[in-house]
Design a protein around this ligand. Structure first.
Ligand SMILES: O=C(O)[C@@H](CO)OP(=O)(O)O
Length: 248
């Protein structure tokens, strides 16, 4: 049995402002930093030790992992980072206020863009202030594979090769793997691991900063349901994410 620990980054400054974020590189808010430290305390209390850390290329996931591992006295573990763990690219919605978008386009369109399986928002223009065209953190990636918008399905398409080629290999070697990533890239991974249907995944929201632990067999199938290290806080956090569209 091997352990996989998923952590969504703590609250970001754009989560706090209720803006669609995607690939925009905002940092953790003060609350987010506290959530990250709490994630580290939870790891320590549960005596969970990572052998390797995976993060996206986005600062909020990297900050969360650093703060959590610092708190858990595990800053020494090796780190691998990939754009394939990035948040879903939110296309032309990046930088827009969620409540204002809901108001402007109505509940159905808003929910389709936000939680449907395979409908991406409109593509972001390269000259938008919220575009990542030319961002040097992706200089090692073929520009033609970098997205300008994504549905959850497209996130799964770019994440699964990395899961299979990199993360799975470490797990199959018996390593405890920590993945610090994002609401929608983790929804993509959870959908795969728990075999959730395209319809049902719409109802799944991942709370910020609470480790979710999977115990996997030799085929990397869960041996029991994954569990949050603080289930009550996780339930409240997931409900808050679900309600974000209606918040002022
Ligand atoms: O804005 C985003 O990038 C994501 C995560 O914060 O939001 P949502 O939960 O609306 O998909």
């Amino acid at each position: 049995m091997v352990k996989l620990i998923l952590v969504r980054h703590g609250q970001s400054t754009w989560n706090e402002k209720n803006l669609f974020t995607g690939w925009v590189d905002c940092r953790l808010s003060d609350i987010g930093e506290k959530e990250a430290a709490r994630a580290g305390e939870l790891l320590k209390e549960a005596n969970l030790k990572g052998d390797v850390l995976y993060t996206s290329k986005l600062s909020r996931a990297i900050q969360t992992a650093n703060i959590a591992l610092n708190t858990a006295d595990q800053l020494y573990i090796p780190v691998k980072r990939s754009w394939r763990l990035n948040e879903r690219h939110y296309g032309a919605l990046q930088g827009k206020d969620k409540a204002a978008t809901l108001e402007e386009y109505g509940q159905e369109k808003f929910q389709t863009w936000r939680r449907s399986f395979d409908v991406p928002p409109p593509v972001i223009a390269d000259d938008s202030e919220f575009s990542q065209a030319g961002d040097e953190r992706y200089r090692d990636v073929d520009p033609s594979v970098l997205p300008k918008t994504e549905s959850l399905k497209l996130v799964i398409d770019r994440l699964l090769p990395y899961w299979q080629d990199e993360i799975s290999k470490d797990l199959l070697e018996g390593k405890t793997v920590i993945v610090a990533a994002h609401g929608n890239s983790l929804r993509a991974l959870v959908k795969h691991l728990d075999n959730i249907s395209d319809d049902d995944i719409a109802g799944l929201n991942i709370p910020t900063g609470i480790p979710l632990v999977y115990e996997l067999d030799e085929k990397l199938q869960p041996t029991k349901p994954a569990y949050y290290l603080d289930p009550e806080a996780a339930a409240a956090g997931a409900a808050a994410v679900a309600a974000q569209g209606s918040k002022k």
